[in-house]
Design a protein around this ligand. Structure first.
Ligand code: ADP
Ligand code: MG
Length: 355
């Protein structure tokens, strides 16, 4: 038999493995962007500027004013499992930062052209480095791959160009750059609302104005108003709940019974990470069903802080979902708080119309 027809298992080439792994973490441009936002926030940035070309497939660039990266760390920045945030496995249960596995930049460097420009406050200049397949690479063939000094402000700029350039099947799956751009705007909108004290802007290449612009001093309510408009912002009630038994604190803003829309908007953060939860969404919709017309749905921004020891953030490579203990009890407690608030607003409205 020819060597391609036998059944001998062969080791897959390392670069193929890395490409497959990267494609599991970064499925669409928005997933790369989410990692870059989280890194910038982890670095203490108070300003994040995003520039997007072709829905992020041609260019995703994020500029922050965080603490920057030491020049000495640049050579290993994009190696897998390189992180400044996790020293030993036990740290996973007490981790407070968004990142913890050192996989994001490594993954991106396997499926895109990655450029990092960074300046710490102790450095007299900024340094620029290009990466390919986890390693430093030259800007042009024949040049040295070493980081080059350049002018730059304090902080970090990460440019991701030609995402999936070497994964043609994935590249072809993106039919509409504007769909990808909308996902990006949605994700930046979420973090703009959640990250108090941080300014955000997002611009589409070629547009004169910005799609998102939020000042650092804007309140949470201002942020919701800027991203979702007055119709939502004028009908919000603030809520909070906590219970030591289940090790959680919850806070957020939810629309009252005056407001409803066709589909639920749930902006959910668990320990400061934007995640999805169909259980929480279902429970919230159930809570509102007593207050809204049959086809009406709410807007809810919910930030849950759960004792890190009770959370398993590591169930999925994309970190899009998390598991936590006493999920049912926590959901019930949050929904009961929202229900009481909705009922209180409902009664005060009845009183007002009576007088
Ligand atoms: P993780 O966030 O899980 O540590 P990443 O691959 O996302 O892994 O990032 C690797 C490392 O690069 C981080 O631990 C951090 O030290 C550094 N880094 C990445 N982005 C930034 C940034 N915007 N500012 C400062 N340091 C950064
Ligand atoms: Mg990270």
């Amino acid at each position: 038999p020819s060597s391609t027809e036998d059944n001998i298992p062969r080791r897959i080439q390392a670069n193929v493995v890395n490409k497959i792994a990267a494609g599991e973490i970064i499925v669409a441009p928005v997933h790369a962007l989410k990692e870059l936002i989280e890194n910038a926030v982890d670095a203490g940035a108070t300003s994040l500027e995003v520039l997007v070309k072709d829905g992020g497939l041609k260019l995703l660039q994020i500029t922050d004013n965080g603490h920057g990266i030491d020049k000495e760390d640049l050579p290993i920045l994009c190696e897998r499992f390189t992180t400044s945030k996790l020293k030993k496995f036990e740290d996973l249960s007490s981790i407070c930062t968004y990142g913890f596995r050192g996989e994001a930049l490594a993954s991106i460097s396997h499926i895109a052209h990655l450029t990092v420009t960074t300046k710490t406050k102790n450095s007299s200049c900024a340094w620029r480095a290009h990466y390919d397949g986890g390693k430093l690479s030259p800007a042009k063939p024949g040049q040295s791959p070493d980081p080059k000094p350049t002018a730059g402000r304090g902080g970090t700029q990460i440019s991701v160009e030609d995402l999936f350039y070497n994964v043609p099947t994935r590249r072809k799956a993106f039919r509409s750059p504007s769909d990808e751009y909308n996902k990006i705007i949605d994700m930046i909108g979420r973090y703009s609302i959640h990250c108090a004290g941080v300014a955000f802007s997002c611009k589409k290449h070629g547009d004169s104005g910005t799609s998102i612009s939020v000042q650092s001093q804007a309140s949470t309510l201002d942020r919701i108003r800027q991203i979702h408009g007055g119709n939502v912002a004028n009908e919000l009630i603030q809520f909070s709940a906590a219970d030591d038994r289940w090790g959680f604190k919850a806070s957020g803003w939810a629309t009252n019974a005056n407001y409803h829309i066709k589909k639920t908007t749930l902006l959910l953060f668990i320990n400061n990470r934007s995640v999805e939860s169909s259980n929480i969404k279902k429970a919230v919709e159930q809570t509102y069903s007593a207050f809204l017309p049959k086809s009406g749905h709410p807007f809810v921004y919910l930030s849950l802080e759960i004792d890190p020891q009770r959370v398993d953030v590591n169930i999925h490579p994309t970190k899009r979902e998390v598991n936590f203990l006493n999920e049912d009890e926590i959901i019930q407690c949050v929904c009961e708080t929202i229900r009481e608030k909705l009922a209180a607003v409902d009664t005060s409205r009845t009183f007002m119309t009576q007088t």
